[in-house]
Write a protein that binds this ligand. Structure first.
Ligand code: 2GW
Ligand code: MN
Length: 296
């Protein structure tokens, strides 16, 4: 399934003339492999909306709310309805062991939510590995037929401002807000060669956040498959990567370059003060009381 088409801009749409000389100079907006890095001021939201809306795309969003994490769903979904891919067909897939605790949310036209019951667990390693597996099987069973693009997001988060089709691409990753000012040797990559997530000190592009992965359904499918296989191979050798699937994601993306990179505007952390290059916080992880939400 793919309704993805060329980027056709409607005739007579008026927007500011693009400049070859004037634009943001305080941040880098393209990777060395020529993927855009999306920052406020590097795209025209009206133009982007007008290009993508006629494609009539459907976006899938997967989110896991296991155990006490169901408490994050209300804000996650309410704020997504306000800011996330507004005007697009949306299919939320909520995976939970507590289907009765899923809040009822008013969805706007063209937007649907399905609750898929999955087993609960007290172990993060298990939830983490199963997350990759469940995304795969759900892509096979339905998402493949139901959507064009997919985003897999952490539930302990909220949207605060526009997150629109400027974020769409074949394989999309987000720069983690905690490390974008650091040199690669300071990134918390997995450093033990025994792990399949290993990245040597002199390699690495950015440190990507595990709270968001997106792209074409098939590209995300391959990513989750590869990461899960490696995760399990490590488990078989009694090794757990430093930041679990985030480490595997970083390793995958080092050798399978994303076609679009989202700036930390698309993944902030509520405890972190806004920095000068971040003009808008679009999505952020909420401050959580670990003792309250985590199983042990
Ligand atoms: C259980 C035990 C320990 C930690 C988390 C959980 C847990 C996670 C849970 O009981 N229920 C649950 O639904 N989750 C889901 O996993 C939920 O969607 C949550 O947002 C996601 C990731 O867990 P979280 O948000 O507590 O981890 P963070 O915010 O520290 O996230 C980063 O690091 C993780 C790896 O350690 C992941 O890569 C994650 O994607 C990153 O954002
Ligand atoms: Mn999180």
């Amino acid at each position: 399934r793919s309704r993805v088409r060329n980027m056709v801009s409607p005739e007579k749409l008026l927007y500011k003339q693009p400049s070859v000389l004037v634009g943001r100079t305080d941040v880098v907006s393209v990777t060395p492999w020529l993927a855009p890095i999306v920052w406020e001021g590097t795209f025209d939201p009206v133009l982007v909306d007008n290009i993508y809306k006629p494609m009539n795309l459907t976006i899938a969003t997967t989110v896991f709310a296991i155990g006490k994490y169901v408490r994050f769903l209300q804000d996650f979904l309410d704020t997504a309805e306000k800011h996330f891919m507004v005007g697009f067909n949306m299919r939320y897939y909520v995976f939970t062991d507590r289907p009765h605790d899923v809040p009822s949310v008013n969805l706007t036209r063209g937007r649907h939510l399905s609750v898929i019951q999955v087993p609960g667990s007290n172990r993060w390693q298990e939830i983490s590995a199963r997350r990759m597996e469940i995304i795969q099987t759900t892509i096979e069973r339905q998402i493949r037929r139901e959507a064009d693009y997919i985003f897999c997001l952490d539930v302990d988060s909220k949207f605060h401002a526009r997150w629109g089709p400027e974020s769409l691409g074949r394989l999309v990753a987000v720069i983690h807000p905690g490390y974008y000012e650091q040199t690669r040797d300071r990134f918390p990559y997995e450093r033990r060669p025994a792990s399949t997530a290993y990245i040597p000190m002199d390699e690495g592009d950015y440190y990507y956040g595990g709270a968001m992965i997106g792209g074409f359904v098939e590209d995300v499918y391959t990513l989750t498959k590869v990461c899960q296989t490696r995760f399990e191979e490590d488990a078989g050798n009694s090794i757990e990567a430093a930041w679990q699937e985030e480490s595997h994601l970083n390793r995958y993306l080092l050798y399978n370059k994303p076609s679009k990179v989202l700036s930390p505007e698309y993944l902030w952390q509520d405890f972190k003060a806004k920095t000068k290059e971040v003009k808008v916080i679009r999505f952020s992880g909420v401050i959580k009381n670990y003792a309250d939400v985590r199983p042990n």
